[in-house]
Design a binder for this molecule. Structure first.
Ligand code: AMP
Ligand code: ZN
Ligand code: ZN
Length: 418
């Protein structure tokens, strides 16, 4: 009698253990019904400085702030360039840790250069470290889509977003809006719960017109109107009340002048260098063997330029351990430029740039958000862009991977944050 009941119990125990195992092996979305899951749609306006919206009337960004959250500013990661920061936003890792250490760099192990203008490097998954939020989502059974977000054109950990596009700089902004809207109208099985999309302005306008110019103002008004078109279309969709919208940017823009330039050619001989990478105001130099001190001491003579060995970059910049970072790192002071003379001479639009110290306020970006997850009329203090990954993971109920970011720094913007 006893024996039989023991056997019954053990069969029951094995069955239970098996079912529990199955439960934990499932992607996390199946823990709840996918139709209960909210949506996150994140737009980046490249180079939209934290205070651009204060310069002109921006009724549509104001609408988001009134109905949701606006951050005083968002601090980029160092260097405040486009590729490192877009990829930090989606991975929650500093550039030193995700490996896209600049818009251009050399990987000594792969023996390859990475350049944003080179399709083979942008599409090569081996360059991209960490785990972008769309990979976390796809791995857990949540569909994602991307219109040109940095990194979305490469198989990262072997995974692409369910929908992605090859970068086409000239593809009209309004057509991008229509595609994003159409993705949100797909059948429930095909519809992505996470969409990241990208507009490459006002970055180039900031470079050519200057961030303090009169001309930049009409450009900001235009971009705000695009946000308005997007929101209007989005609010007409059936599932509008489930969609969380984030409008953010990768960095800001600082005013420069040809009267304040440090020319590396004036300080170092090209034959001292094995390699270099960078552009105004951020450079990395790899001296040839035996020339480290020559390059270092020569550059240190320049005023308005910070020059460090990679091991000595200030801790607060979280930069210097990655093998892709060259031995010497140089960044100009705010308002100053470092660039080769031939490049400066040819540049007719030398009025704005970015790449400076991430604590430089002009480098700060925007963060606006509204939707069911967010509080209303809430101003969030400045935060670092490493915290967006855990924020999105939380909203989409995904199990996040370990990152440099932490939900606790941004949870106050959420309605339910415990
Ligand atoms: P920068 O101002 O030099 O940091 O870079 C801004 C530029 O990056 C934009 O003008 C875009 O042309 C370019 N860009 C952004 N995303 C991509 C992409 N996925 N592939 C190639 N270029 C891109
Ligand atoms: Zn940018
Ligand atoms: Zn730029």
């Amino acid at each position: 009698m006893d024996k039989i009941s023991v056997n019954k119990n053990s069969i029951l125990f094995i069955l239970l253990a098996f079912l529990t195992g199955l439960f934990f092996l499932q992607p996390s979305c199946s823990k709840q019904n996918i139709s209960d899951l909210p949506y996150v749609v994140m737009l980046s306006l490249d180079g939209f400085r934290w205070d651009y919206a204060d310069k002109v009337s921006t009724p549509n960004l104001d609408y988001i702030a009134k109905n949701g959250v606006k951050a005083s500013s968002m601090q980029p990661s160092f260097p405040s360039k486009t590729f490192p920061n877009h990829y930090t936003i989606v991975t929650g890792l500093y550039p030193d840790h995700h490996g896209i250490v600049n818009n251009s760099f050399y990987d000594p192990k792969m023996e390859k250069y990475f350049r944003i203008s080179d399709r083979t490097s942008v599409e090569n998954g081996d360059f991209w470290g960490g785990e972008p939020i769309w990979v976390t989502a796809e791995k857990q059974g949540v569909k994602s889509a991307s219109y040109f977000w940095v990194g979305s054109e490469a198989p990262i950990k072997g995974i692409y977003p369910s929908i992605w596009k090859k970068y086409d700089h000239h593809f009209p902004f309004e057509s991008r809006i229509d595609s994003v809207i159409s993705w949100l109208q797909l059948s429930e099985q095909k519809r992505p719960h996470l969409i990241t999309w990208y507009i490459h302005q006002p970055d180039s306008w900031g470079h050519s017109l200057g961030p303090e110019s009169e001309e930049i103002k009409s450009k900001i008004i235009y971009l705000d109107s695009l946000v308005g078109i997007f929101i209007n279309k989005l609010e007409k969709i059936d599932i509008a009340d489930k969609i969380n919208i984030i409008v953010t940017s990768d960095h800001g823009m600082g005013t420069i002048s040809k009267n304040r330039v440090i020319y590396p050619d004036d300080y170092i001989k090209q034959e001292w260098l094995d390699k270099y990478a960078g552009n105004n105001p951020f450079f990395m130099f790899q001296p040839k063997e035996g020339y480290l001190d020559s390059v270092l001491f020569a550059l240190k003579k320049a005023e308005h330029l910070q020059v460090w060995r990679k091991s000595q970059v200030p801790k607060r910049l979280h930069y210097g351990t990655n093998p892709r970072i060259m031995e010497i790192v140089a960044v100009a002071d705010s308002g100053w430029s470092i660039e080769y003379r031939a490049v400066v001479e040819q540049d007719k639009n030398f009025n704005g740039t970015h790449g400076y110290d991430s604590e430089n306020r002009d480098m700060h970006a925007i963060f606006y958000a509204y939707g069911p997850a967010f509080k209303k009329r809430y101003i969030h203090p400045t935060f670092e862009n490493i915290h967006i990954y855990p924020l999105i993971a939380h909203i989409l109920k995904l199990d996040p991977v370990d990152t440099d970011g932490n939900m606790n720094y941004v949870k106050e913007m959420l309605k339910e944050n415990r």
